[in-house]
Design a protein around this ligand. Structure first.
Ligand code: SAM
Length: 345
């Protein structure tokens, strides 16, 4: 730390504003700023944007200026009046209709995570998730709390879907999975990772096992009949039989649950896995020495306020796998967000 930094603690100014940066981006998404600018394909003034999106002009101008500061919008001045347009990065990630959209993630973070994180002190004290305080509804089952309403479920699964459109290819190519022809994606949600897998491995079929209402929505809105390598099975992976397969994918599943439930699930997976088959865990990974990455550390807090689970290191996942019978564990850590761990039977 230099003496200049000690005099003016820039790092704290930036950290303290973290929430206002997030909320600015979420609000611009929610009000439809990026979508409107994408639709019209020409720079618009704050007054026009405010009138098209039914907001105050002053509030909108400040929001647009903050987005310019965050490099999500560009502004040109003509006769002292600003005209705003999307930057390339917002066209790619903020526009709702973009194939790589992060709009739904923004909406989930804004409408759900933001509310739960408000109760972080309580979550840390009690060691449990905060849906009841945030939304006033008590639920015995975690996914009853997450899917509080049809709209909440739809937002959540859209958010899940978007990640693998961006980094799913890296995951399915982390290891050579071509020998695994019958694949089950447990809690496979909308089939977004399954689509990446079948586009890389033409000989494989993937069955997505998920809760009935998720499967029904996925079939209706996310996977078409043309995608013949993808099938669905409605079920509860804790309480229903898991069919036999060569490979089981558990992507962002283990981090939702207590150690006990993870062992229960992985033991069932081991029993259903054909000899020579495998299990692929996909999760954010913590460094072995607990030094980072900060995104995984923050996500572990995110899991505290939202779920029963936590983020883990590669050796913690390796232990879960070896304790449930798997061997030859291979870990692939990417510089980006998610890592992959393959265990064999
Ligand atoms: N694997 C997907 C991904 O990475 O995008 C979704 C991960 S999401 C955090 C957890 C998924 O597990 C959801 O789709 C949820 O509906 C599903 N799920 C939760 N409990 C389940 C259960 N008991 N049986 C089957 N699926 C379940």
């Amino acid at each position: 730390c230099s003496s200049k930094e000690l005099e003016f603690p820039q790092i704290f100014i930036e950290y303290y504003h973290g929430f206002s940066i997030s909320k600015t981006i979420f609000t611009a998404c929610e009000l439809g700023v990026f979508d409107l600018l994408h639709e019209v394909q020409e720079p618009l003034s704050a007054a026009t944007i405010a009138s098209r999106l039914s907001t105050s002009e002053d509030g909108m101008e400040r929001l647009l200026d903050a987005c310019v500061g965050l490099k999500l919008l560009k502004v040109e001045l003509k006769n002292n009046k600003g005209y705003y347009s999307n930057t390339d990065v917002s066209t790619m990630y903020m526009v709702k209709s973009s194939p790589k959209t992060l709009y739904y993630m923004a909406m989930y973070f804004s409408k759900v995570s933001y509310m739960c994180w408000h109760f972080l002190p309580q979550a840390v004290r009690e060691g449990k998730c905060q849906y009841e305080r945030a939304f006033g509804k008590s639920s015995k089952e975690l996914f009853e709390a997450i899917y509080r309403s049809e709209e909440d479920m739809t937002n959540f699964i859209h958010f899940m879907d978007s990640t693998w459109n961006i980094c799913g290819k890296d995951i399915v190519e982390a290891f050579d999975l071509s020998e695994f022809h019958t694949v089950y994606d447990l809690g496979g949600c909308t089939g977004s990772l399954a689509k990446q897998l079948v586009s890389t491995y033409k000989e494989s079929t993937v069955t997505i096992m998920d809760l009935p209402k998720v499967v029904q929505t996925a079939k209706k809105h996310f996977v078409t009949d043309k995608e013949q390598q993808i099938h669905f099975l409605e079920g509860d992976f804790f309480n229903d039989p898991i069919p036999e397969a060569d490979l089981f994918i558990v992507a962002r599943i283990i981090h939702d649950w207590t150690e006990e439930k993870c062992i229960k699930l992985l033991t069932k997976v081991y029993q259903s896995c054909r000899p020579g088959g495998g299990v692929l865990i996909v999760e954010l990974l913590l460094n072995e020495d607990k030094s980072g990455p900060v995104i995984s550390q923050l996500f572990s807090l995110h899991m505290l306020v939202h779920t029963e689970g936590k983020e883990r290191t590669p050796s913690e996942y390796t232990k879960l796998l070896t304790d449930t019978g798997f061997r030859d564990i291979k870990v692939k850590v990417f510089g980006k967000m998610y890592g992959a761990i393959l265990g064999r039977k």
